[in-house]
Design a protein around this ligand. Structure first.
Ligand code: SAH
Ligand code: SF4
Length: 467
């Protein structure tokens, strides 16, 4: 459905209510936690709010509307969001007209909704991940009815309609996230995502293509296609186009741009996809393939549907087809029942594959998931100790991989000033690696495409000079 069609009545109502309430344009402050999908949702929420009459502010203290878009994947992210919400209490006391909303994955869970309802009385409204496209209606209700609103419905009640042509506010004109599908059907036993994001829904290929074409025409250089398991793309559409079919169409578009995707589940990643990356014009030489554990026993308990051997074979194939590709992964340390032997198997996968980087997480118990009720939960001390060993190993491997790049000239997209030194640019290579190079008075801007010769390498950063 189209955004304007869906929200016809409420867009106009909300706009006139905003004009009536505020003498000048009200200010929106939005804070986003979690994954790229959440970032993409916040860009849509901001786009809709600007269309309704808000302007953006970077200062919470100036805001008339504060939105916190939350993540539920690990407890740490939830506690952080709640602590941010806690700090808004005094702002509301100083400025009672301030409206505070919390949205995203965390509030999609009944127990968190109840928590906020009872312990955070100054939060005015909540809305779940399946209500994002209803934002004009929700906001109108908040601005007109003097009560708190809890717009949270389970995915059984509201399957999360997909809406096209939504106004999007992108921070950068050079890089963009494009969702190709929503939700997840995999139910890995540790993961809350299928509960808070519902079942898989793919966007029509024509809609994705027209969004991508528009971005490229506007000068965008680096586009990341998003989905919890992009390899499932299209299964629910008429004629069942595959993810590779979609990539093929995108690759035909003319222009100077690269395409990335996140995330690919190893159980469904095909050799056809790997081959396509090699033959394409625009696919970035980067493959993020979360393995989670190197132990078959743990992979089975995680419900991942692949073995260590199948995973290693796939990585071998990827490296054979693309010797220069950057391979990255996600690991969970301390899944229930993980023994020292299981953990050693994870370390040996790191040694065998030699990933360029690893995103590692201590297992976090998520209410309602299967793993939450498994025996033998691992204590925090053991997780911490194992994580330390994993990080040390990976740091060495990343440094060794990066050292091999010294002397090469690579294509880089400028991101901005290096945080450590304003006289140095920070950029990203097509492989997704962070690179720093001195400005030497050369005027560049974020998103610009340059060539850099690599002079020195560390585990997380490489250093070079402009060519
Ligand atoms: N759909 C993606 C990942 C989504 S969540 C995929 O399947 O790869 C991103 C990462 O968070 C996961 O890959 C996993 O490593 C981590 N993660 C998810 N649930 C977790 C939990 N309960 N505890 C710790 N890490 C978790
Ligand atoms: Fe979570 Fe597994 Fe779905 Fe990824 S594939 S979102 S880890 S359930």
């Amino acid at each position: 459905m189209n955004y304007i069609e869906k929200n016809k009545e409420y867009i106009e109502l909300a706009k006139s209510r905003i004009k009536q309430l505020y003498n000048e344009k009200p200010k929106l402050f939005i804070e986003t936690a979690g994954c790229q999908q959440n970032e993409a949702d916040s860009e849509k929420l901001t786009g809709m709010a600007l269309d309704l009459g808000y302007i953006l502010t970077d200062e919470k203290e100036d805001a008339d509307l504060i939105l916190i878009n939350t993540c539920a994947v690990r407890e740490h992210a939830e506690l952080k969001a709640l602590s941010h919400a806690g700090r808004l209490k005094h702002l509301k006391e100083i400025k009672p007209s301030l409206i505070i909303g919390i949205c995203g994955c965390m509030v999609q869970q009944e127990h968190r909704k109840e928590d906020i309802k009872h312990k955070y009385p100054y939060v005015d409204f909540l809305f779940g991940t399946n209500m994002i496209f209803d934002f004009p209606r929700l906001l109108y209700k908040v601005l007109t009815e003097k009560k708190r609103h809890f717009f949270v419905e389970s995915y059984e009640e509201n399957h999360g309609e997909m809406v096209e042509d939504v106004p999007v506010f992108r921070k950068s004109t050079k890089t963009a996230w494009v969702s190709v599908m929503y939700g997840c059907n995999n139910f890995c036993t540790y993961c809350v995502v299928p509960y808070v994001r519902g079942r898989e829904r793919s966007r029509e290929m024509t809609c994705i293509l027209s969004e991508v074409k528009g971005l490229i025409e506007d000068g965008c250089r680096d586009i990341t296609l998003l989905g919890q398991n992009v390899n499932s793309y299209g299964k629910d559409l008429e004629n069942s186009p595959t993810f590779v079919d979609l990539l093929r169409e995108i690759d035909k578009i003319d222009g100077d741009f690269v395409i990335r995707f996140m995330t690919s589940h190893p159980k469904d990643a095909t050799k056809e996809l790997v081959d396509f990356i090699a033959e394409s014009k625009h696919m970035a030489p980067h493959f993020h393939l979360p393995v989670q554990s190197g132990s078959n026993r743990i992979l089975k308990a995680m419900n991942r549907h692949y073995t260590r051997e199948a995973y290693l074979e796939l990585c071998g194939y990827i490296k054979k087809v693309h010797p220069d590709i950057s391979l990255t992964t996600d690991i969970i340390v301390g899944f229930p029942g993980e023994t020292e032997e299981d953990f050693q198997e994870t370390l040996s996968v790191l040694e065998e594959v030699r990933f360029d980087s690893v995103f590692s997480f201590n297992y976090s118990l998520r209410k309602g998931t299967k793993a939450a009720s498994m025996d033998c939960q691992i204590d925090e001390e053991t997780k911490k100790e194992r994580m330390g060993r994993l990080l040390t190993l990976q740091q060495r491997i990343s440094a060794e991989n990066n050292a091999k790049l010294v002397g090469r000239t690579v294509s880089v997209t400028v991101e901005g000033d290096s945080k450590a030194d304003p006289n140095v640019w920070a950029g990203r290579t097509e492989q997704g690696k962070i690179i720093h190079f001195p400005k030497n008075g050369i005027p560049l801007e974020g998103g610009q495409h340059v060539f850099v010769e690599i002079e020195r390498a560390e585990s997380y950063t490489i250093y070079g000079k402009l060519k």
